[in-house]
Design a protein around this ligand. Structure first.
Ligand SMILES: Cc1cc2nc3c(=O)[nH]c(=O)nc-3n(C[C@H](O)[C@H](O)[C@H](O)COP(=O)(O)O)c2cc1C
Length: 360
């Protein structure tokens, strides 16, 4: 059993998998369900000074991902303060309270939620790509409370610049990324947009955005020293490992928890442990930033390599053979890769469902 507990800004998490702000933590009861489902910490749905008037339909599963046009919590702050936060706190897990958006709103909300919060998470979703409103919101929170303040970043194009600026302005950690957009989906039965927002736009989340999240984490982790909580497209334990390797110190899960329910956190934790055990890692911290270290070591361009097959793992499903554009793979009752024909593109490795192929 690998060591899975992590400490971030003094907060102790029994494992590094927690819910992300969204429907899976839309009220106190859902926070309790997340804890029972195996989450290592709690993040509450973003609230603001007024409840959100959420356009509907506001969620749709699409191929490879998910669209939403939810805003912040539709529950009034008074209800969160009277009931919901206490239920979240009763889980005895660290509770990160999500707040939005402007400096004035944060200044009003932060002291109110302080009795329930181990840390704050400020969403930058509706404040644009300019740095100053983000910094102002952060400063308002830091002035109001004495607990860690995490900045939840949208996938801003200038992520390194913003990450450095928020670190310099006193952020204790980053959470990245929020959903990506605007995007658009169409219900071809009606011809209408899938989302009921006024422009029909929605924001993309789920598996489709994992590479974007990884890129943001990897870029930010190389320029800041504060911890990063990774979010975006985590569906299993191997995804968590990727986020750690890119530089994350913990992860959050939203879409997969919407689709699979609150037991998904425990499932992901188990898969993470299985991955670490099977690869001889003793703790999840051991793989943190691994890719950054490897890339720094790798001074020269990668050598051209031909994948090798582990026939103990190969199930002869033929997925690699079908998609090999170089006709380098042949399958009978074994799998053979022709080194002369192989272009070294690597596609077969990513297509193999059993991790039977790897570069030597
Ligand atoms: C329906 C829905 C509602 C969301 N609401 C919030 C929110 O209130 N505050 C926030 O910061 N992020 C919100 N998010 C973004 C998620 O917290 C998360 O950053 C994003 O979905 C990427 O993670 P995922 O791929 O695991 O879903 C929401 C996402 C979805 C799908």
């Amino acid at each position: 059993m690998a060591k899975l507990n992590v400490t971030i800004c003094g907060l102790e998490f029994v494992n590094p998998v927690m819910p992300a702000a969204g429907p899976p933590v839309k009220d106190g009861a859902m926070c309790q369900a997340a804890a029972q489902g195996g989450a290592g910490g709690i993040v509450t749905k973003t609230i603001s000074v007024e409840p959100a008037d959420v356009p509907r339909p506001c969620m749709a599963e699409i191929k490879g991902g998910f669209l939403n046009t939810e805003l912040w919590s539709e529950l009034p702050k008074e209800q969160w303060l009277a009931t919901e936060y206490q239920l979240a706190k009763d889980t005895d897990l660290p509770v990160i309270v999500g707040l939005g958006y402007t400096a004035d709103q944060i200044a009003e909300l932060a002291p109110l939620v302080r009795p329930y919060a181990a840390a704050l998470e400020l969403s930058t979703h509706y404040v644009g790509n300019d740095i100053s409103p983000i910094i102002n919101a952060l400063k308002a929170a830091k002035a109001a409370v004495d607990i860690p303040v995490f900045m939840k970043m949208s996938p801003h194009p200038n992520i390194q610049e913003i990450a450095k600026a928020v670190e310099e302005a006193g952020a204790d950690g980053l959470v990245m990324i929020n959903s990506f957009g605007p995007c658009f989906g169409i219900d071809i039965e009606t011809g209408l947009p899938l989302m009921g927002s006024s422009g029909g736009y929605g924001w993309l989340s789920g598996a489709a955005i994992k590479p974007l999240a990884l890129r943001c984490i990897y870029d930010a982790a190389r320029v800041v020293n504060i911890p990063i909580i990774g979010v975006g497209g985590v569906t299993n334990g191997r995804d968590v490992a990727e986020m750690f390797m890119a530089g994350a110190s913990a992860v959050q899960v939203c879409t997969e928890a919407i689709l699979k329910g609150p037991t998904v956190y425990g499932k992901i934790v188990k898969e993470l442990n299985d991955f670490l055990d099977s690869h001889g890692y003793e703790s999840v911290d051991e793989i943190k930033g691994l890719t950054i270290r490897k890339m720094a070591e790798q001074k020269m361009q990668r050598q051209l390599q031909v994948p090798v097959v582990d026939m103990k793992k190969c199930i002869l499903c033929g997925r690699c053979e079908i998609s090999c554009a170089y006709d380098a793979i042949s399958k009978k009752n074994w799998l053979k890769i022709d080194g002369e024909k192989c272009f070294g593109c690597g596609l077969c490795i990513s297509r193999c469902p059993k991790q039977a192929l790897r570069m030597p």
